[in-house]
Design a protein around this ligand. Structure first.
Ligand SMILES: Cc1cc2nc3c(=O)[nH]c(=O)nc-3n(C[C@H](O)[C@H](O)[C@H](O)COP(=O)(O)OP(=O)(O)OC[C@H]3O[C@@H](n4cnc5c(N)ncnc54)[C@H](O)[C@@H]3O)c2cc1C
Length: 489
């Protein structure tokens, strides 16, 4: 039997009559859909957003709400940092590379201050203060955080300036961002139809002119007079698509709302849309930044492999490539130094007086951890990390007693549900439909498909092989806005 990859588009001659008619139909109400809907409606178009869930938000609402913005925003300036679009571009092209989309990235950096102001117009407030410690997620309302800009080798490529912008919300803040964006889209005049899952595109003479959806078991058709914007998120929840395109994530946790089944990507492909960088993924490892920066992260051979003060996503990617399992190693003094708010309740599961005992306990090759710590301490005695250039403010001679944490056991900050033990890794997909900088979906031959646009994780954005937190909500909204405006033209 031939496997079904996606549902074929519906020719318009098979549609007896459209149930609804709008200028622009946006599919999916996460951050990209909200940005597209807001801008299309603000341009004067009639807009409907179709959302399969019973409410808007998507993965965006469950996210941390970190927004990668810079170039000299009001928050950066108030915190005493000078930035420029060129400086931001230098950092991101290294951190998101290799193979970042430099055309999109250039626009993203050049437009970043304006995009920050757009968030404020939509109602997102930012506190003008910096959270100055390594973490996945600040527990405070600080509006700015470092996302690896001050870590080697990036601090040699661009002037280190923090660009992680966050709404004035303690901890996870995606719901705050989305409440503002949903409100802004609705205020601009966009209409929302929930419990409405789009299953097929409707085509006429090579142009996408609408969609067919299911609403409580009933088929509903929508004509899109000007364009359809696919903003349905990525495909981490679709095991078959992962198997085909991003098998690295099979067997690991899902960073999603559970509905990232790649339906929008398949819809685009059903009319000949090309895809790009489908194997690119974001990976997060449940190692505590505050712990590894004060100690070290070692692989299954007892060796360090990264400077532990990088953006946690970078040490996560590095750990993903290692012979596992990896361990967070720390001494008693380091453990006691971690502020409670950065400790996320993580307590070591392994403790030993000597490194030899710890090696035996963790199943590491005899002498491996001893050799790693001896080398680290030799350079630490001179205040440096000669191997991986961890910032000297975190470097000191480590001394027993020793402790180790197994990232596979997971953790969660207070206020969040506990992480289920697993591989220690979880992630989401970065690849998707190939689009122009205005969100137009390109065909396999490189021509724009009339009437079809995409944004957010349904499309391939600014990312190459790397990921930095805030760039998914960041490029999803930035290019979502452009797609909405162009679709409304
Ligand atoms: C816990 C967590 C923390 C994260 N933290 C951050 C962070 O701090 N910063 C950052 O930049 N990124 C973060 N991310 C990633 C980021 O949230 C997502 O990559 C981003 O939200 C994707 O936005 P989107 O608009 O493309 O998709 P989504 O927000 O997932 O929206 C897609 C919407 O489309 C709907 N939909 C799907 N298919 C259909 C269909 N066929 N018909 C109708 N509707 C459909 C879905 O129900 C959903 O509501 C995090 C993600 C998670 C889960």
């Amino acid at each position: 039997m031939k496997p079904t990859i996606f549902d074929a588009p519906v020719p318009i001659c098979e549609v007896e009559a459209f149930h609804h008619e709008y200028d622009v139909v946006v599919v999916g109400f996460g951050c990209a859909g909200a940005a597209a809907a807001r801008e299309a409606a603000a341009s004067g178009a009639s807009v409907v957003v179709l959302e399969r869930a019973s409410g808007a938000g998507g993965s965006s609402a469950q996210s941390g709400g970190e927004l990668y913005l810079g170039g000299g925003t009001a928050v950066q300036r108030a915190c005493g940092f000078e930035d420029s679009a060129d400086n931001m571009f230098a950092y991101l092209s290294a951190a998101l590379g290799p193979h970042a989309d430099l055309e999109k990235l250039r626009l993203y950096c050049d437009g970043s201050v304006e995009h920050f102001e757009w968030f404020r117009e939509c109602g997102v407030d930012f506190t003008k203060s910096l959270y100055d410690a390594p973490t996945w997620m600040p527990p405070t309302q600080d509006g700015l955080m470092w996302l690896g800009e001050n870590a080697w080798p990036y601090n040699t490529i661009a002037t280190p300036v923090p660009r992680g912008h966050r709404p004035s919300t303690e901890g996870w803040a995606g719901h705050t961002v989305m409440a503002a964006l949903i409100g802004a889209a609705e205020k601009a005049g966009a209409v929302t139809h929930t419990d409405t899952r789009v299953g097929e595109l409707i085509v006429e003479a090579g142009r996408v002119v609408g969609v067919r959806a299911r609403h409580f078991g009933v088929d509903v058709t929508y004509r899109a007079r000007r364009g359809v914007v696919l903003a349905t998120g990525g495909f981490v929840d679709n095991e078959e698509m992962l198997g085909h395109h991003a098998p690295a994530l099979l067997g690991h946790g899902k960073v999603s709302d559970g509905l990232d089944d790649g339906s929008g990507i398949a819809l685009g492909q059903s009319v000949g849309g090309a895809v790009r960088r489908m194997a690119a993924v974001e990976v997060a490892y449940t190692a505590l930044p505050a712990m590894v920066v004060r100690g070290m992260l070692v692989n299954g051979l007892g060796q360090r492999f990264v400077n532990e003060d990088v953006y946690p996503g970078v040490f996560s990617h590095a750990a993903f490539e290692q012979p596992g399992p990896c361990w967070a190693i720390i001494d008693e003094a380091g453990l006691e130094d971690i502020p409670e708010q950065d400790a996320w309740g993580v307590r070591p599961q392994h403790a030993a007086e000597t490194l030899a005992e710890l090696e035996t306990d963790l199943g590491l090759p005899p002498g491996s951890l001893e050799a790693t710590v001896a080398l680290y301490n030799r350079h630490a005695a001179e205040g440096a990390d000669a191997q991986f250039h961890k910032d000297s403010k975190w470097v000191r001679v480590l001394d027993g007693p020793w402790a180790a944490v197994d990232p596979r056991l997971g953790f969660a900050p207070s206020g969040r549900a506990g992480q289920v033990p697993g591989s220690g890794f979880s992630g989401f997909t970065l690849g998707g439909l190939r689009t122009t900088v205005d969100g137009h979906v390109l065909s396999l031959s490189g021509d724009p498909i009339p009437g079809l646009y995409a944004a957010g994780r349904a499309s391939s954005g600014i990312h190459g092989d790397g990921y930095v937190s805030g760039t998914s909500l960041g490029d999803g909204t930035f290019f979502g806005r452009r797609a909405g405006r162009r679709a409304a033209d």
